[in-house]
Design a binder for this molecule. Structure first.
Ligand code: GLA
Length: 385
């Protein structure tokens, strides 16, 4: 285990032992993700290009002989939750983190899985509210762990779908499949081009001399975001008005002919153009054409800013500094659901130090602090350690 994972492993097992008085039966790790391009396309049946990253959520679990589930969350001041497996599970209004655990357990039960009671400790090293999928990684880890306790293993794509159901139906964020699917199916050294309609995963190797840099703007977004669901409704309205099942099936000519209101048109234009950019970006990556990738990332950011309206001024500022520092040797854009969070940049490995220095010099978070900068290689998906 690398030192970064080892420190988290030690923390989650120590939390478990301190709370429950013995060592856990097993520990599951599920990674966060960064999306290189393809934003708000997943729930429109479109294409995304994410990779799993090093920071993750780990859950340490043991089986109980009864129906009781006891949970402790190291990252929320050792906050605790407990409930009985008897369906239907209720939400825990006071502790939003607990709903990701309850939601996955509830979704597994609805799928017909007979689960056992459990003791669970949770710890992660993903920055919260950074748009790097700390909640999806928690869902995937809990799902894998709860199944493993009864000796059950299911296909990781199915696991991701169950985790997505938990988030949509239990937590109430009408998210797409990207975050859960890449956390479950991530592949070391690779981004994955995901067709969110067929759920086909196509390997997109990241060359060894290419760096993925993630910079957290310091603007955090809430866990359940009303803006997100609103965007989804606008996309669905646009698709319905054009008479197609999803915006994946629309093109700019159809959009022009549809005479929708200006806002709905702009939302649909983002998704239609972003789908094509994502396919083109996978192509550019395959040819190690970082200049072309950079142009597509810049277009993606502008489209998120102007058409989808999900960026904030601090993020636009950070992206501009990244783009200036990288020039034509790569690119940068906001990553994730929006309204804050992190930016992703791609560049030759040899440029990392120089770009880091430029960002530290030019960008401060809203609190006046230096931003958190991470340099990542794509890592593997969920695993029992
Ligand atoms: C969030 C959602 C994803 C996806 C992105 C935007 O991360 O969970 O399903 O829609 O936003 O691309």
């Amino acid at each position: 285990m690398n030192p970064f994972d080892q420190a988290l492993y030690d923390r989650v097992t120590a939390t478990f032992a301190a709370q429950f008085g013995y060592s856990p039966d097993l520990v599951v790790r599920a990674p966060g993700r960064v999306n290189l391009i393809g934003e708000h396309t997943d729930y429109n049946d479109g294409f995304v290009l994410p990779c799993a990253i090093g920071p993750s959520t780990m859950v340490a679990v043991s089986k109980r002989d009864d129906d009781r589930v006891e949970v402790i969350a190291a990252d929320f001041g050792d906050a605790k939750d407990h409930f009985n497996l008897q369906p239907p599970l209720e939400r825990n209004i006071e502790q939003p983190w607990a709903d990701y655990v309850r939601g996955v357990i509830s979704a597994l039960q609805n799928e017909g899985h007979a689960l056992s009671g459990a003791q669970i400790a949770i710890a992660g090293n993903l920055p919260k509210g950074a748009g790097l999928s700390s909640s999806a990684s928690l869902e995937v880890a809990v799902g894998k762990a709860m199944l493993a306790l009864t000796g059950t293993d299911i296909d990781n794509t199915r696991l991701a779908q169950i985790a997505q159901i938990a988030e949509c139906d239990f937590v109430g964020t009408k998210c797409g499949i990207m975050d859960q699917l890449i956390s479950a199916q991530g592949k070391a050294g690779h981004a994955l081009l995901i067709d969110c309609r067929s759920l086909e995963l196509i390997d997109a190797p990241i060359p060894d001399d290419v760096a993925i840099m993630i910079v957290h703007s310091g603007v955090t977004r809430g866990l359940v975001d009303g803006h997100y669901n609103e965007r989804r409704r606008q996309c669905e309205a646009a698709a319905a008005a054009m008479g197609v099942p999803a915006l994946r099936d629309a093109n700019l000519d159809m959009l022009a002919a549809a005479s929708l209101d200006a806002v709905t048109t702009a939302r649909a234009r983002h998704v239609i153009t972003e789908n094509q950019r994502t396919l083109n970006a996978a192509d550019a990556l395959g040819k190690s054409d970082l200049a072309a990738l950079g142009v597509l990332m810049a277009q993606s950011h502008a489209s998120m800013r102007d058409d989808f309206e999900i960026t904030v001024p601090a993020i636009d500022d950070l992206v501009a500094h990244l783009q200036n520092a990288i020039g034509h040797q790569g690119g940068a854009r906001m990553t994730g659901g929006g309204f804050g969070g992190a930016c992703v940049a791609i560049m030759p490995l040899a440029m990392v130090a120089e770009v880091q220095t430029a960002i530290q010099k030019h960008y401060k978070t809203p609190n006046g602090d230096a931003p958190l900068i991470m340099v990542e290689r794509p890592g593997p998906g969920v695993a029992i350690l």
